[in-house]
Design a protein around this ligand. Structure first.
Ligand code: SAM
Length: 227
């Protein structure tokens, strides 16, 4: 799987991209499918143009509407936690810039992604079209999942939840995993929840992260309550 890119788009930050991927490998990202996908994506196309020169630093960066593109390590770590086989069906909540969805697409997954902010939904959709990224995206409240396409082999939530939304647990296939940051506004623990049977789950918690809020019916009610 490759992106529709012209040669100069791809080569502009080639060395920086390679260095970033190598750094992720040294930090413990072992799944070469993730590293190879990230090595193909010009992250500078997904960030606010004012931050292009920082596109290959391992940091979260601003995108439109006061949101962020996640830190590359976080993207790689969460993707690794999903532990997906090729051609799995995966749902992302929080499309944002579209970078995480593009990683999953380049890994050969069937990707569904939901964004609650209309401008970001539209902008990411245009970028997907430009790059030839074939994902199914919609504007809506991802805390309710996407019943029409359920069950999913993996669900990744890229915003901070106050608790685990039940619809997401219901919409996992048996053996499927939900990766979601849960906590308060300061920090969230990464929950990795595996559905081991009907209504049976096994939960692990990984170290702490900091995300923008998951706002919706089964998330934070509004931004003010989060801050
Ligand atoms: N995955 C994104 C990327 O690769 O750029 C980064 C996502 S950003 C950290 C979190 C996103 O979640 C924001 O764009 C925000 O608008 C979105 N979001 C928050 N609550 C949501 C909800 N209930 N449903 C869908 N998206 C939501």
């Amino acid at each position: 799987m490759n992106l529709n890119l012209n040669y100069s788009d791809y080569n502009l930050f080639r060395e920086a991209r390679f260095q970033l991927v190598d750094q992720l490998r040294r930090r413990g990202i072992k799944d070469e499918r993730i590293l190879s996908a990230m090595n193909k994506i010009p992250r500078e196309l997904f960030v606010d143009p004012a931050f292009i020169n920082q596109a290959y630093e391992d940091i979260a960066l601003p995108i439109d509407c006061n949101q962020t593109i996640s830190q590359p390590y976080t993207v790689a770590f969460m993707t690794q936690c999903l532990n997906l086989k090729e051609s799995s069906k995966v749902l992302e909540i929080g499309t944002g810039s579209g970078y995480q969805a593009t990683v999953l697409y380049l890994m050969g997954m069937n990707v569904y992604t939901i964004e609650r902010i209309y401008e970001l939904y539209l902008k990411s959709k245009k970028l997907f079209e430009k790059l030839g990224v074939q994902v199914v995206s919609k504007w809506g409240d991802g805390t309710l999942g996407w019943k029409e396409y359920a069950p999913f082999d993996g669900i990744i939530v890229t915003a901070a939840a106050p608790r685990v939304p039940e619809p997401l647990l219901e919409q996992l296939s048996i053996g499927g995993r939900l990766v979601i940051p849960v906590g308060d506004r300061s920090y969230q623990a990464m929950f990795i929840i595996t559905k081991v049977g009907d209504n049976q789950f096994r939960q692990e918690e990984e170290h702490y992260f900091k995300f923008v809020p998951l706002i919706g019916e089964k998330g934070w009610n509004n931004e003010e309550k989060f801050s």
